[in-house]
Design a protein around this ligand. Structure first.
Ligand code: GAL
Length: 409
């Protein structure tokens, strides 16, 4: 350490000459990789002695990665740090099982209590600690389209599902898929936007607080609307990745796609499309003024082989510089309240403005509202609906799953 650093102190990331490895585990592979790579590059610049092992398991929303992570954690071989969603995916799973280290000391040391929104800290904390460092805020309830294509087809961007159904008839007649869907987890993703539109934010929150039953009339109605929406989706959904579904919108084979704003990252960073002209967006139908959020975060599992290197990694990813290197490429906005918006594109600027004024609710499909047990069981409930299209029976099954996993009352 230099004499100057000793006198005046220096950021934790540079406080020691670190060496050895740092294994970072995530599902940000391939197309999803550039933002993470920017963060790793910054870390490597700050810690040239550390060799970063970028361990990824492909699969949107972590469908495959989470299973591998579970095997490793239960087998006593945790990665140094892993991607986990803020909310119940972290708290109801790894924190509950006492597998994470408390990071309160780091939050205090880095001054993060003042820069991360209080509501977000609640999603990564309990009475006994703070358990991860958020790297972003993603929005789940967004619909994507190509403005020039809509114009060509004579379609205006719908603001409600009823307007969408009217537009969808026109699109069908032109052999365009009205709403493209991909593999199974994207059905959950679509469901949460449809359910939010159908229930409204208060009832959405009430579901997860156990104050509104999944099989209440409101709950059943959400499944009915979802069933109608599915009639306008593609038949080959289960064979498509979320990127391939996005490609269908970009290519003009489909008109709309409800997807989180990692799709903005994919279209702007990977496909080099210009936000606003190359692709357009709005809140998913019927959810204007509501921001369904999720946050990716990283933590320090107990028994991490390279603890000091992880602390430096968390310091980098929670810093302003780290966050503003990562998020402009990822499609998300910074979780910090002091981020430099001049580094962000038009989409992110609009997401940031919405985050500041909209009603915020948590995402189910990406870990905020429900624990892993519920998520696993809900996947079966969804499969049942995709086959049966029986709203009443599915709502009942969802309520049973909620009761079993400590949500429903
Ligand atoms: C989400 C994750 C995003 C993005 C997306 C698609 O669960 O929070 O960062 O990776 O999955 O894979």
């Amino acid at each position: 350490m230099t004499a100057v650093a000793l006198l005046f102190g220096s950021p934790a990331a540079q406080a020691k000459d670190l060496s050895g490895q740092l294994e970072i585990f995530s599902w940000w592979a391939g197309d999803e990789g550039p933002a993470l790579q920017a963060l790793i590059d910054l870390y490597t610049k700050q810690n040239p002695g550390v060799e970063v092992v970028n361990a990824t398991v492909t699969g949107g929303s972590g469908v495959n990665a989470k299973a591998v992570l579970k095997t490793r954690m239960l087998g006593g071989e945790p990665p140094d740090s892993f991607q986990v969603h803020a909310g119940q995916e972290l708290i109801g799973t790894w924190v509950k099982a006492d597998r994470m280290e408390d990071l309160t000391f780091l939050f205090k040391e880095q001054g993060w209590m003042d820069v991360f929104p209080e509501g977000l800290v609640k999603n990564i904390g309990t009475d006994t600690g703070i358990w991860s460092v958020p790297v972003n805020i993603h929005r789940s309830n967004v619909v994507w389209y190509v403005p020039a294509n809509l114009e060509k087809w004579g379609i205006k961007v719908p603001t409600t599902w009823d307007e969408f159904f009217a537009a969808a008839e026109i699109l069908k007649a032109k052999n365009v898929v009205p709403l493209v869907l991909a593999q199974n987890w994207t059905a959950n993703h679509l469901w949460e936007s449809v359910a939010l539109a159908s229930l409204g934010a208060d009832n959405w929150d009430a579901l997860w607080a156990g104050k509104l039953a999944f099989d209440s009339p409101e709950g059943v109605k959400a499944w009915e609307l979802f069933g109608k929406v599915l009639e306008y989706t593609n038949k080959d959904a289960s064979s498509l990745s979320w990127q391939q579904a996005t490609d269908m919108v970009v290519d003009g084979r489909a008109a709309f796609n409800v997807m989180g704003d990692w799709a903005a990252g994919y279209m702007a960073t990977t496909k080099k499309l210009k936000p606003g002209s190359g692709f357009g967006w709005s809140a998913s139908f019927g959810t204007g003024g509501q921001f369904m959020f999720l946050a990716d975060s990283f933590g320090l599992p107990k028994g991490a082989p390279n603890r000091d290197n992880v602390i430096a990694w968390l310091s980098t990813l929670g810093s302003k510089e780290g966050s503003d290197a990562f998020n402009p490429l990822k499609g998300s906005i910074s979780a910090r309240t002091d981020s430099d918006l001049s580094k962000y594109n038009e989409y992110a600027k609009s997401a940031s403005a919405d985050f500041g004024k909209d009603r915020i609710v948590g995402s189910l499909a990406h870990g905020v509202t429900a624990n892993e047990g519920f998520m696993n069981d809900f996947a079966s409930v969804m499969e049942m609906f995709l086959k049966s299209r029986n709203a009443e029976a599915t709502a009942k099954a969802a309520q049973q799953v909620a009761m079993k996993n400590g949500i429903g009352k």
